[in-house]
Each structure stands twice: as C-alpha cells, then as structure tokens.
Design a protein. Structure first.
Length: 203
C-alpha cells in the first residue's frame, strides 16, 4: 500500500498505480484539491492533513496550491481554512491495513513535527519513506530540523539516502527490518545514490 501525504493532484500516485498496480491512499489537506481527487480512480482519498495527532488545524492557503501548509506561521496569501488532521495510525485503520509499503511525505514543513512526535510503533509499520524536507525554506532552515528528523528515524532503524543535490528535498529512508542491509550495503545506499544520479545526469 502506498500512502501519498500531500498528494496535490495525485501525480505521484498516478504513476505508481499505472506502473505497479499498487493500492494508493491519498491524503490532501486542501479541500478543493481533495475534492478533485475523489473522481480520479484512487483507492482511498482522505481530505485532511497528515499530522502526529488527530484533531483540527488551520491550513495556510497560498497562490501556489502545493505550498499550502498547516505548519507555516507566515501570513497566508489566500487566508486560512480549518481542516482535519489525521495520524498515521488513523490512516492505517481507515485503509484497513497493518503496514505501509511506501509513505510519501510532501507536507510543507509539517514533516518535522510529524516525524518527531509520531509513536515509534507506528513508524515500525512503514517499510519505506520518501520525504521532501523543507529546510531549504527560510521558515524551517534553523534549529537543525533536518538533522533531528533524520536522527529520529535512524534511531528507529531506518537507513537514509539523500537523493537530491544541495538540499534535502528528496530523501529516502529504508526500514532495516524489511530491507536488512550489511555495513557495506548501507554505505553504498547512503552515499552512492547521489553519485550514481550525478553520473547519470552527466551522461
């Protein structure tokens, strides 16, 4: 099962569903975008923001719909709207599943609090995580937020690989329980991904 948090228009899940035929659960906080996804043929669409706890939050609406955020403290260009927040545990219950094969996080700065405060036993149900960390944005560039989030997941048994250059905009985490890697394999996974990508881009 794929869980696509910050699904936007469903582009990420659409590719995986077409290529792999996998079950896709999409989570989108913007009510307008979530409504459009309802008729897109995905297995489950949840109109909410993924967070560490169930509840409510104010979604800051931006001109760029992809950048709307429950974590931002900056003035919203288009105002705010109150949305539901749902935890990973709630997502699993609604989907009727006991594990997530791939969790995609593109939640506009909310990833830091989510990673830090989601219970460990819930993270152990996730096999892979791909995260767009937003520490390239001034609002989240301080306090070593990426380093803290990475350390939290590493302590839970995940192996990280930064796939992007210059930023942490594309980081993959593999759960060692599901993907047991030796020391040399872990080294190549952590450090080789960008080398191979750079070589490919330079071809």
């Amino acid at each position: 099962m794929i869980v696509d948090a910050g699904a936007h228009r469903g582009e990420f899940s659409a590719i995986l569903k077409k290529e792999l035929g996998c079950r896709c659960v999409l989570i989108e906080a913007n009510p307008d975008l979530a409504g459009a996804l309802e008729d897109s043929g995905f297995d489950l669409v949840i109109s909410a923001a993924l967070a560490a706890r169930d509840g409510r939050a104010n979604l800051q609406l931006r001109d760029n719909l992809e950048s709307s955020s429950i974590a931002s403290q900056e003035a919203a260009a288009l105002g705010t709207v109150e949305v539901e927040t749902v935890s990973l545990e709630t997502i699993l219950k609604r989907a009727g599943s006991d594990c997530i094969d791939l969790l995609k996080l593109d939640v506009e700065g909310a990833e830091f609090e989510l990673i830090e405060n989601t219970p460990a036993d819930c993270w152990r149900k996730v096999r892979q995580i791909t995260v767009e960390f937003h520490d390239f944005e001034p609002e989240w560039s301080g306090d070593n937020l990426f380093q803290k989030a990475r350390s939290t997941l590493v302590d839970l048994g995940f192996v990280p690989a930064v796939m992007s250059f210059r930023t942490h905009g594309d980081v993959l985490f593999l759960n060692r329980t599901n993907y047991p890697l030796g020391r040399l394999q872990s080294f190549y996974f952590k450090h080789g991904a960008r080398i191979f990508a750079r070589a490919f881009l330079n071809c």
